[in-house]
Design a protein around this ligand. Structure first.
Ligand code: AQP
Length: 351
């Protein structure tokens, strides 16, 4: 089975964006793929985290994975810092990736803001650690939201440069595998990863501004639905969501130039496992006063059981901690052979 890796940062309340863009896809891939799902705590510390909050958020993301339906007995669930090979490979990739590549990363520019001199070096090098997370397992598929597309392109560039720089050593050691890059078949050590991004909620937008991504760190709580929101809060936030005054169109093309309407229709489609065309077949011509209550009912029906299960799991953390420990051991057993190969390929003496 193809190998999937993905992760979520423990940096605050998970949002509907994290759920629809990432976690829900993680759940769907379980039957057809071998999956490794990580709580990326070392990514979280690229900006300041209170230690107690970080521990709670790490357990909470793990609880969300399980509550959403990830089965830790069949797949691996763990927190990143337990498996030191992520950091080791990230250092190697710090030496493979070029400054110019990282200078082009838009997420760093957004997160560092104007005060770039004061951003941590880790925030700048973040995409190299992300490449290491994926490639230390030689994962071939990565389900993520649309905002991570650029980082995944960088992961592909890093894999390709490593494969090229060390092609002779990889061949001499017999460590290469044949893979297709575009139309070409090449021999390399690291796979050229495929992102899994598509779907009607690849980028869930803020409920207050249809041009901004829904985000954990938006100062307005009304801008997002948190996975742990009570039913009443979900309904209120959807009722107050910004919209335009027109009725919903009957065709998807009619959503162009109407970002708030497009966002709510996409959320409905993703939550109900249907296409946006199907949503508009049911609601085309209807007003938001009719659509919003239907969306609120659907969101509550889908999210409330997850919130309830998260609360149950968080009440006794011994189970979560056991899952993370066990997952960490299984992940280490996969990551170490990769690092042994990488050290050998690069000429780092360990004997
Ligand atoms: N709005 C979104 N729509 C679709 N997918 C999203 N993701 C995040 N926001 C949306 C996806 O969730 C996964 C985990 O994200 P993350 O926690 O690693 O980082 P992030 O993208 O920085 O998340 P936030 O919520 O936007 O956090 P802050 O506010 O700290 O920046 C990823 O697959 C991501 O694409």
């Amino acid at each position: 089975k193809p190998l999937v890796f993905s992760g979520v940062q423990p940096t605050g309340n998970l949002t509907l964006g994290n759920y629809l863009g990432a976690i829900r896809k993680f759940v769907a891939l379980q039957d057809s793929h071998e999956c490794i799902y990580c709580v990326v705590d070392m990514h979280a510390i690229t900006v300041w985290q209170d230690p107690a909050d970080l521990m709670a958020a790490t357990r909470s993301v793990a609880a969300a994975y399980l509550a959403a339906g990830i089965d830790p007995s069949k797949h691996i669930v763990f927190n990143q810092s337990r498996v030191v090979q992520h950091a080791e490979l990230a250092w190697v990739f710090n030496c493979v990736a070029r400054m110019g590549w990282l200078n082009r990363m838009t997420q760093f520019k957004e997160k560092a803001g104007k005060d770039r001199e004061n951003a941590s070096v880790g925030l700048f090098a973040y995409p190299n650690l992300m490449a290491a997370d994926i490639l230390v397992y030689r994962a071939t598929h990565v389900p993520v939201g649309d905002d991570q597309k650029q980082h995944l392109e960088l992961t592909r560039d890093i894999a390709q440069k490593f494969n090229n720089d060390y092609s002779d050593r990889i061949a001499d050691l017999g460590l290469g595998v044949e893979m297709k890059v575009g139309e070409e078949v090449v021999n390399g050590y690291f796979p050229i990863t495929e992102p899994i991004i598509e779907g009607p909620a690849a980028r869930v937008m803020s409920l207050r501004d249809g041009t901004k991504k829904m985000s954990k760190s938006d100062p307005s709580d009304l801008s997002r639905i948190n996975l742990t929101d009570e039913a009443e809060a979900i309904a209120r936030k959807i009722r107050k969501a910004k919209t335009d005054p027109d009725a919903l169109p009957s065709e998807v093309q009619g959503l162009e130039g109407r970002p708030e309407a497009a966002n709510l229709v996409g959320i409905y489609a993703a939550l109900n496992d249907m296409s946006r065309e199907d949503v508009l077949r049911d609601f085309g011509g209807k007003q938001f006063s009719e659509f919003k209550p239907a969306l609120a009912d659907l969101a509550v029906a889908k999210l409330d059981p997850i919130a309830g299960e998260m609360r149950r799991l968080m009440a006794d953390r011994s189970h979560i901690d056991q899952v993370l420990r066990d997952g960490g051991e299984r992940a280490s057993a996969l990551a170490e052979p990769t690092m042994r190969d990488v050290r050998k390929i690069m000429g780092l003496l360990t004997n």
